[in-house]
Write a protein that binds this ligand. Structure first.
Ligand SMILES: [Zn+2]
Length: 74
């Protein structure tokens, strides 16, 4: 059985399935709990952004991922 650990909360995920209980952001491994929390954070920022730009969005996502990894939580 494969085991991966989340780059943010460091929890281990048994039998990870990408897109179901495990997600990749570029080279980062993120568990479902952290991904959901990240999406909530990002959604709140995206709502205030006009006009919307995809490059900006991608950078925002990765900035939040890196920030969360440093903090050890989202
Ligand atoms: Zn996690």
């Amino acid at each position: 059985m494969r085991v991966l650990s989340c780059d943010i909360c460091k929890k281990k995920v048994d039998d990870p399935v990408t897109g179901r209980n495990f997600f990749f952001y570029q080279n980062r491994d993120i568990c479902e709990v952290c991904k959901d929390a990240l999406e909530v954070t990002i959604k709140n920022t995206v709502r205030t952004k006009q006009p919307f730009a995809y490059d900006w969005y991608r950078k925002l996502v990765m900035d939040n991922v890196e920030k969360s990894i440093q903090k050890g939580r989202v």
